[in-house]
Design a binder for this molecule. Sequence first.
Ligand code: HEC
Ligand SMILES: [Cu+2]
Length: 353
Amino acid sequence: MTDQPGQDRRSRPEQRLPIQRPPSEPVPAERFTSPPAIRTFELTPERAAGIVRQSGSARWFGFLATLVVVIFVIIYYFYELGVPGIPGTSRLTKEVESQQVLLVERGYNVYQANCARCHGVQGEGGIGPVLNDQMKLFVHLNEQYLRNVLYAGGRYVCGNDKSLMPVWDNRNGGPLNYQQINELIAYLRASKGTEFTLRDPELFEPEVDPGTGEIETFRGWRDDAFRPAPNATAVPACWTDAFNTPAPSGSPAASGSAAPVGTTVALSALNILFEPTTLEAPADAPFNIEFANNDGGIPHNVAIRDGGGADVFTGETFNGVQTRTYSVPSLAAGAYTFICTVHPNMTGTLTVQ
Ligand code: HEC
Ligand SMILES: [Cu+2]
């Protein structure tokens, strides 16, 4: 560069606006379309590599997304239905079981409130027949039978229209609704192997034993492992038939036809109770019991047990109203109890002296 601009200015042609336009040329036809570089479909190697990379990761993404869904479905399947071969892993089964437990726990309260006074707190029997017998629970007391008995009342059992057991189902005029009947049946058939929580009948809160501070529990009656012996006699359809068979031979059972010898004591049964409940008899001498069953259509008998609970005499069971005289063999002095085999709640004391 020089510091003499004048010189410089002189040496160059002076440029002034407007600048002269260059001579116009005819425009090539191609200028009206996109340039050939854009119109070409060929891939550059970079672009091709980019596409390959992109679709590769898209495939991975799709594969992983599908995998997540598939794994979820499999896990959920096993979560709901349980892992094969591992018991207790199925959510659905657990749900069903907890529903069943709830039914049984409610059924316990329904039973204690309505049935225990006749059938015993543990189903051991009383005015009504025993219910906790394994042989009975095995087939006789099945769900449908229980439904029928509760619907029709005690007359369903032996056809006795004077049966002491009323109708329970409210579709037939009884006091229990459909749900309570289901709960009862669940309790009657509940397993011995399961421990259930005792709950307050109104609040349904677990009952706590005030002594130990622990939650009180109960168990069902039915033994899951029970199988009747091959030669076992089936439970008769009518429960009293089990008592009407004569006492086994060899036992000192008496029949009404034997001629009375020795002292005779009178005993009667009315409304599933003995009257009187205390008897006296002479020691070491045979005596007779004149037994009047005044309960129409209801079977009773008299059996005598010694202090240790062993049977010393079992009288024949017969339906009322009837009177029979039992001949009792001589007994040693002591205190005995007499019971009705049919109704375990019918008891009295016999003093032999
Ligand atoms: C008033 C006493 C009484 C009450 C309360 C009672 N029962 Fe009974 N139950 C009987 C008598 C008695 C029989 C026998 C039927 C007959 O032959 O008369 C019987 C029979 C039955 C039988 C049939 C037993 C068998 O061996 O076939 C079942 C089951 C039964 N009761 C369940 C119940 C249930 C469940 C309740 C509570 C809702 C209940 N009972 C309440 C007196 C009672
Ligand atoms: Cu009886």
